[in-house]
Write a protein that binds this ligand. Sequence first.
Ligand SMILES: Cc1cc2nc3c(=O)[nH]c(=O)nc-3n(C[C@H](O)[C@H](O)[C@H](O)COP(=O)(O)O)c2cc1C
Length: 509
Amino acid sequence: MLAAAVTAWCWIPAGVLGALSVLGLWDILQRRHSVLRNYPVLGHLRFLLEGIRPELQQYFIERNYDGRPFDRDVRSLVYQRSKGTDAEEPFGTDRDVYAEGYEFLVPSMTPRPVPDKPPMVRVGGPDCTRPYEMALLNVPAMSFGALSTNAIVALNQGAARGGFAHDTGEGGLSEYHLRHGGDLIWEIGTGYFGCRTEDGGFDERQFADKAAHGHVTCVALKLSQGAKPGIGGVLPGSKVNAEIAGVRGVPAGRTVISPPYHRVFDTPRELVLFLARMRELAGGKPTGFKLCLTSRRQFLAVCKAMLAEDVTPDFIVVDGAEGGTGAAPPEFADHLGTPLTEGLTTVHSALVGTGLRDRIRIGASGKIATGTDIVKRLIQGADYTNAARAMMFAVGCIQAQRCHTNTCPVGVATQDPRRARALDVEDKSERVRRFQEATVRSAVQIMASMGVTDPADLRPHMLRRRVDATTVLSGAEMYDLLAPGELLADPPRTWAEDWAAADPDRFTV
Ligand SMILES: Cc1cc2nc3c(=O)[nH]c(=O)nc-3n(C[C@H](O)[C@H](O)[C@H](O)COP(=O)(O)O)c2cc1C
C-alpha cells in the first residue's frame, strides 16, 4: 500500500518483502524442518549450503563438519534413512581401503537369505521373572532435561511403533516417557532422580512404585558413561524449569549436579547385591548396569562378587569413550575412559572366562549409527546395541553442539518451549521408527552376506583391520579373548595378574 502511495518503484521491494513474508509463514506452518520453524526464511541458508556442498567441500563445509563427532556421510545416511529416502551409492567406495585402521567385514561364498523378521534378544537371567525381548538397536539413556519434551515424546512414540526400547536416562520417569507406551528402560544414576529421598539417597518405595508401571520393562543402574566417566550428570540451571524440577525432585532454576559416586554401594559385592535388590523391588524385571569400562581388574572384581553371591545382572551396557553427552568438560570427553572396542571385548571376555556370559546380555553404545556398526559390535561381544546421537539426528538434530546452552536451534536439546515446539512429534517419531528399522535391516542384510542369520554365529575372525600397509589382522588375533570358564580353570598369563588381584570386597585400580 505504501508502494502505491509513494512511487511505482517501491513495488519491487514491497514485492520482495511480501514474498519473504509468505515464505516465512510457510516455514512456520510446515512440519518437516524444525530449523525453518525456528528460523523462518533465514533457515533456508542452511539448505542452500547443503545443496552446493560439493563445490564448497574443500574450503568450508569439510572444515566445519568432518572433524566433528559424526562425519558428514554418516549423518547424511541417518537423515536419509529416517526420511525413508535411503539411496544406493554410485561409483564405489570413497574410503581408502589401504589406510591404516581400515576395518572390514568378511563376506561368505554362501550368503544366506535375509530373514523376514530381524532377530530379537531375550534379556533375563536366572533370577529374572519377566524377561524382555530387546531389539538389535535401541534408544539409550538421554534424560528429560537434556532433551526437550517433544524430543522425548517423539523418541518414545518411535520406539512404540517400531517395537524397540527407549531408556529414560537418569533424569527421572516423566509423563512424556509414558504417553505413547513405548517400552521403557528406567535408568537411575547417582542422583536417584524419581526415587530420591530428601537428602539425595535412594528411596526404595518410590522406586518400586514407578518400576511397577506397565511400560517399564527393565531397570538400570548407571555407573558411568563414556563421554564423562567419573563425574555425575550436569544439568545447567537454565534448563531446570519447574516441570523438570518436579520430575527429578530438585529445586527449580538451580544447576543440578549428580554426585560422581553412588551412595548405595562401596564394594563390588555391595554393587551386585544392590542390583539384586533393584530386581526384587522391580518385581523381577530385567535389571542391569551401564558403565564405561574402568580397569579390567575392577570389572573382574565385580565378576568375582557375582560368583561369590551367585547373583548376576540381566544385562550390562558398555558405553565407549567415544559416546555422546549433553554436557561434559572437554578433558573428560576427549581423554578419559575406555573406547568401546576395548571396553566391549574386555567385558565380554571376562564374562566368558568366568562362565557367566550365558546369564548376562551385553548392550553396546558409542557412535553406532549404521548396520556395519551394529555387526561390528556384535562380533566384538555385544548382544544388542544403542544409538544416542544418531537417534537425535533422526529427531532433527543438526549437530549445532548447543545442547548445554538451552538454545538448540531445532528444539531437540532445549527446555525453551518456543524452540521445542518446532519439533513436530508426529513427523519425527516416524523418522525414529524408520531409522531404526532401516538400520537393523541393513545389519541383518550384512550378516546374511557374511553367511550368518543368527547373530550368535558371528565370530571374531569375521572382522578384519589393516594395521599397516601389508598386514591385516582378524578380531581373533587382535582381542585378548578367553575360552568359557578359562579364568576359573587356568587363567592365561595375560589375565592372571588382574584375576588374582581382583577383590570382590574392594575396588582397586
Ligand atoms: C543428549 C544426551 C543425553 C544423555 N543423557 C544420558 C543419561 O541421562 N544417562 C546416561 O547413562 N547416558 C546419557 N547419555 C549417553 C548415552 O546414553 C549414550 O551412552 C552415548 O551417547 C552413546 O553414544 P552415541 O551418542 O555415540 O550413540 C546422553 C547422551 C546424550 C547425547
